[in-house]
Design a protein around this ligand. Structure first.
Ligand code: DP6
Length: 400
């Protein structure tokens, strides 16, 4: 009796040009194209094991150890059904292949970062799910083809099927066949792009992306301007900046687009607020840090961006991360020592401080815990297929 099982991991991505708004909510077709940086799975990832077996009585899924219902017609069910459909096509062409498409599957998924950190896990989660099923089913599908399926799990997930710098082309077809992810550049093209995630404490339950963006599409006049007149040019400009490794342009567009995304949230009726005082203070610090550089004749040295929550992601060339960590820690004292995966600080550790010429009055110091943690990572690669020893399901087909 063979064991039909595969395990894959997939990365988180953080958009520079934000996806916000659907033209088709069932197929998850966006109102604008978007572009993101894939982050390194060495630091943040979802890992998923899928197994097909004739003895399984239904499709089942466990997320971080807890069983999740697979609702009929829901996003998970859609992704699993699409993958089985692709497997069936392959079986119809190659009659000697085992009929895995007729078996139920058990899927077990795990994130290596706490959900409490407030980092979106749906993108890496759906990407890992699709990659593990594609491996299990031995599908000859390209990352772009798989992105079509992951998109139907969660829009932003389609961009986690590739490493480096990834665009989600909105497409024009009503059936979604051209709404897919393409790689603008692999990580090797511009490995110097690092990211510092500032995990901002947040106790209130925010508006989900799914419902928030729908309300924006229904009520915001500003989003129409964004869709028609702003995003298309920005997509071209930031892709060119990536090709040229022009951090100054990349940073300017990234910050402008984060700002406009939060502006269309404010323009929604009733308004949606994702950033808080801590988020806005991080903006002020990055702005001042950049001002010092530009006034001395230099370039932008960092770019902030915020998704549907208060956490900040700061993109910067590696050489600037040390100064940025010192600056953030200066205003947001940390309870725990900074985990320094790139060994920037040696044995002295982080002292807290700002670059010379920095106007310290742009912000006040916050209490310990306002920024709960800092995660230093960088641009990363696409999904990885893992060995059997990393499988998350035990011999009985249940989570280990
Ligand atoms: C602000 O992909 O979570 O992070 O398609 O409804 O699942 P659904 O939404 P989701 O939205 C992400 C929105 C964002 C911007 C981005 O990642 O581009």
């Amino acid at each position: 009796m063979s064991l039909y099982q595969a395990t894959a991991s997939a990365p988180v991505n953080i958009a520079c040009i934000k996806y916000w708004g659907k033209r088709d909510t069932k197929l998850i077709l966006p109102t604008n194209s978007s572009l993101s940086v894939t982050l390194d799975q060495d630091h943040l990832r979802s890992t998923t094991t899928s197994r097909a077996d004739p003895s399984f009585t239904k499709d089942r899924l466990w997320l971080n150890g807890k069983e999740d219902e697979i609702k009929d017609g829901g996003r998970l069910a859609t992704c699993i059904a699409e993958m089985k459909r692709m497997r069936k096509e392959l079986e119809d062409k190659s009659p000697n292949e085992p009929k895995l498409s007729s078996y139920n599957v058990h899927i077990c998924s795990h994130n290596n970062f706490p959900t409490a950190a407030g980092l979106a896990s749906s993108a890496s989660g759906f990407a890992a799910l699709v990659k593990s099923l594609a491996t299990l089913y031995a599908l000859p599908a390209s990352p772009s083809e798989l992105s079509l399926i992951a998109r139907q799990g969660s829009g932003s997930a389609c961009r986690s099927l590739m490493g480096g710098f990834v665009a989600w082309e909105q497409g024009t077809s009503p059936n979604g066949s051209d709404s897919l992810a393409i790689q603008v550049a692999p990580r090797e093209h511009w490995e110097d792009i690092h990211a510092l995630i500032c995990v901002v404490s947040d106790d209130k339950k925010g508006t989900s992306s799914t419902s928030g963006m729908q309300r924006t599409v229904e009520t915001s006049p500003l989003i129409q301007h964004r869709i028609r007149n702003v995003v298309p040019q920005r997509m071209r400009d930031i892709s060119e900046a990536i090709q040229k490794k022009d951090f100054d342009t990349f940073a300017r567009i990234t910050m402008q687009d984060s700002n406009q995304f939060h502006a269309v949230c404010l323009d929604t009726d009733p308004p949606i607020f994702y950033m808080n005082d801590v988020s806005r203070t991080i903006i002020a610090l990055v702005v001042e840090y950049n001002r010092v550089s530009v006034e001395a004749g230099g370039k932008l040295k960092a770019a902030y961006t915020f998704d549907a929550g208060p956490n900040a992601v700061i993109y910067a060339p590696k050489e600037n991360i040390r100064e940025i960590v010192e600056m953030i820690v200066n205003y947001f004292p940390q309870a725990d020592p900074f985990k320094d995966p790139f060994g920037l600080f040696g044995t002295t550790g982080v002292q807290g401080g700002v670059v010379s010429g920095f106007n310290t009055a742009v912000a006040k110091q916050f209490a310990v815990g306002s920024v709960k943690g800092l995660i230093h990572t960088r641009v990363g690669d696409g999904p990885r297929v893992l060995g059997a020893e990393e499988g998350l399901l035990g011999p009985n087909g249940l989570p280990k």
